[in-house]
Ligand binder design. Structure first.
Ligand code: ZN
Length: 214
């Protein structure tokens, strides 16, 4: 396969598996059954009537949403398939993907936090399909997280995949646990960053921070 005239040097499964793992469909079916049962119990404990036609299917809907959608990052078999390309052009400047839509779940309150991410790197021997950057961010975000760890996990993942230390990550997110409960501040945004290699130096750090849309 050739893209932009560059030779595909390797195709691997994210995060670090060169072997394809068969999807664990049975596990997922069991998980959905278990979550459906327990979520029904939570609703009952809250005094909700599960015979109400509007609520009847809620435990199953929530279970499917958790396993198949918002927490699919917990199952490594859902990892995006990543293609790398040899950096034949010898490009040595910053590659920046900005305004990546990010949805995750606060692991302390089990409500969403969401916002934008920016990922930058300076390639060594390999480059990665640009849309794969979005997919990796979304995959790491699709599980209960805290924004600090999510930022570092994304940074470490790109270091591992791109085989370079020169990685910068910026995440800006709105947390529903802050906006809709407690202090109820829906304007405050939380910003986190990760800087590796050349991006630890002020020159590159500033170039990254002034290039992204904030
Ligand atoms: Zn929270």
């Amino acid at each position: 396969m050739k893209i932009n005239g560059e030779k595909n040097i390797e195709t691997v499964l994210f995060p670090n598996n060169t072997m394809r793992i068969e999807p664990q469909e049975d596990d997922d079916i069991e998980k959905i059954e278990s979550i459906k049962y327990h979520f029904g119990k939570i609703m009952e404990a809250l005094g909700l009537n599960l015979d109400d036609p509007s609520l009847q299917k809620t435990p199953e809907r929530v279970a499917k949403m958790y396993v198949n959608d918002v927490f699919k990052g917990l199952n490594k078999t859902n990892s995006p398939k990543i293609s790398f390309f040899k950096n034949t052009s010898g490009y040595q400047e910053m590659i920046l993907v900005d305004n990546i839509t990010l949805y995750s779940y606060c692991e302390h309150h089990f409500v969403p936090f969401f916002g934008k991410a920016a990922v930058a790197y300076i390639p060594k021997d390999r480059v990665i399909g640009l849309s794969k950057i979005n997919r990796i961010v979304q995959f790491v975000a699709s599980k209960p997280q805290i924004q600090e760890r999510l930022t570092m996990e994304i940074g470490e993942k790109f270091k591992e995949l791109l085989k370079t230390e020169d990685i910068a990550i910026y995440i800006e997110a709105n947390h529903l646990c802050v906006a809709s409960r407690g202090v109820k501040d829906d304007n405050s945004m939380t910003t986190t960053t990760f800087f590796g290699g050349k991006f630890r130096k002020n020159k590159m750090k500033n170039r990254f921070l002034t290039s992204i849309h904030k």
